[in-house]
Ligand binder design. Structure first.
Ligand code: GLN
Length: 549
């Protein structure tokens, strides 16, 4: 199927972590606001087939799509900015490309040919790039190439872009994001790294069409012209990407720089209309004008790298903003929590969120946090492992199930209140084998979940292997912990609540994957509201911590 979709490649140079994902998502937002249908794809140059097997310390959170793909956290930004779901096709890794090519080779599909990076790997990269455009659903596909230009791993991707630029009937442009470092001693912004980075791209045969210069300070007069001259780029296609107070400012900053117009000119597309950003602007206004301030403790074991909980932190921002409440997230390492210090560390909090996770490390700290929240009537949200900790804690301390546990941490526990799902029993491979993606759930009338969602049929995304052991359900329910969400097909417990508590909800799924700027997640909104109701702190206009892109 041929397609008329146009393509924008986003590459990065000089250093990693410049915020290519945020620039890509911001550009997509502006094009969407002008009435175009846009999607964003991420190409990751690592050899893992997907990030599902990666430790969060490596690349931060693993984001899960509706169709159950385990993907890079940038897909979370894409969804949060565009309010459009992504899918497996939006996330490609070198591992997946090679796996596909090698499988084809084993099938004999290359008819005796030598299988090589060029053309076989690059052909497969190009095929994956075109998949989304060929659906006919999108006017524009933005493809973000992970890594930094010059990395050995990125070369086949850059080569694929080079080939595509020459392909007849394939309309594409390249936006290259670089850094303009500031030398504090001389008070200067330096463009040399950008010039080198563009040279490197040119050596691979790719001339960027647009340059975005990430900078700590506004670019002085003349800098854009200088960069344009050295890099073969029109001065108005050199865009300033100034550090922002919040990532949600970036679309507005890009609008000021007219990035949308530059892109549409280069792609020979109409401006259509002035960007419709009313909701976005309202969100920004509320974000910057909070009326109240609350503190929520996020209890996790990967908190040294906050990106490990990216979607949760953003969901909290969305939900707080909706209520014009500024939520200060207090990051608490679950390994630092024990019986002795739990009260000292958690007393200043208005709400407690126990995060998802895997394995034994830090589990007892999480269980202590649940106990503190339950006994002190502090609003509590447990997500995935956090929900499982709530079940374990209740088993141990209310039902008297000594040493109750999940069989993930303690296979011989006398009370396996959380245990391996039937469908997981004979699975040995770790990659892509969890219960993943969207499943439906029936919500009990008048529960906190029902009040939050205002419906009894919901669908949420999952990523887990263990589940509530229904053998113990009646004992739990008799003693005050209710299963208020059940999967209608297999009876798996999806939500637990303690009705005799201001707000105590544990969910086996991950609501954080579905919260977006224009559609904050209802469960998070309810949680933050309950937290605000629990706080006696007088309303105060909070000073906001700056967030950079
Ligand atoms: N480790 C738990 C399980 O596999 C929880 C997973 C999670 O928190 N995402 O069931």
């Amino acid at each position: 199927m041929s397609s008329s979709a146009k393509y924008i490649f986003v590459t990065g140079g000089v250093t990693s972590s410049l915020g290519k994902g945020i620039i890509a998502a911001s550009l997509a937002k502006l094009l969407q606001a002008r009435g175009y249908s846009v999607t964003i794809q991420k190409l990751d140059p690592y050899i893992n087939v997907d990030p599902g097997t990666l430790n969060p310390y490596e690349h931060g959170e693993c984001f899960v799509t509706e169709d159950g793909a385990e993907t890079d956290l940038d897909l979370g930004h894409y969804e949060r900015f565009l309010n459009v779901p992504t899918s497996q096709a939006n996330s490609v890794t070198t591992g997946r490309i090679y796996q596909y090519v090698i499988n084809k080779e084993r099938e004999g599909a290359y008819l005796g040919k030598t299988v090589q990076v060029i053309p076989h790997i690059t052909d497969e990269i190009k095929r994956r790039i075109k998949l989304l455009g060929n659906t006919g659903q999108y006017d524009i596909v933005i493809t973000e190439i992970g890594g930094t230009v010059g990395d050995i791993e990125s070369l086949p991707y850059i080569e694929a872009v080079r080939q595509l630029k020459w392909e007849p009937n394939f309309d594409c442009i390249v936006l290259h994001l670089t850094l303009v470092p500031y030398l504090a001693t001389s008070g200067e912004l330096k463009t040399k790294p950008t010039q080198h980075s563009v040279k490197q791209l040119q050596e691979s045969g790719v001339q960027p069409d647009i340059l975005a210069l990430r900078t700590e300070h506004p670019l002085p007069e003349g800098v854009k012209e200088k960069v344009a001259l050295f890099c073969n780029i029109a001065p108005k296609a050199v865009i300033q990407a100034l550090d922002a107070e919040t990532i949600y400012d970036v679309p507005m900053l890009m609008l000021e720089e007219e990035l949308d117009k530059v892109v549409l000119d280069k792609l020979n597309m109409e401006y259509k209309k002035e960007p419709e950003l009313t909701d976005w602007k309202e969100f920004l206004y509320k974000l910057k004008h909070p009326k109240h301030k609350v503190k929520i403790g996020l209890i996790g074991k990967y908190i040294e790298l906050k990106d490990s909980y990216k979607s949760i932190a953003e969901s909290i921002i969305h939900a707080g903003t909706k209520n014009q409440i500024q939520v200060e997230l207090v990051w608490i390492h679950s390994e630092d929590l024990d019986k002795e210090n739990v009260s000292l560390l958690l007393s200043p909090l208005n709400g407690i969120l126990v995060a998802p996770g895997f394995g034994e490390r830090g589990i007892e700290g999480k269980i202590q946090a649940v106990k503190f929240a339950r006994e002190n009537k502090i609003p509590f949200l447990g997500i995935c492992l956090g929900m499982q900790c709530a079940v374990i804690e209740f088993g141990r301390n209310v039902l008297g199930f000594t040493d109750a546990h999940s069989t993930e941490m303690y296979p011989e526990t006398p009370y396996p209140v959380i245990y391996l799902m039937e469908e997981q029993r004979n699975i040995n491979n770790k990659g892509g084998t969890m219960r993943l993606g969207a499943y439906s759930c029936n919500v009990s009338e008048n529960s906190n979940a029902h009040i939050a969602y205002n419906q009894t049929k919901i669908s949420e995304r999952h990523r887990h292997r263990y589940e509530f052991n229904n053998k113990y359900l009646s004992e739990y329910e008799k003693n005050g912990m209710k299963a208020t969400g059940i999967n209608p097909e297999n009876n798996l417990v999806e939500i637990v609540e303690i009705p005799n508590h201001p707000w105590f909800v544990g969910v086996q799924f991950h609501p954080e994957y579905k919260s977006t700027v224009t559609s904050p997640h209802l469960l998070f909104i309810s949680f933050v509201k309950a937290v605000a109701e629990n706080t006696s702190t007088p309303a105060e206009t909070a000073t906001k911590k700056s967030q950079t892109i």
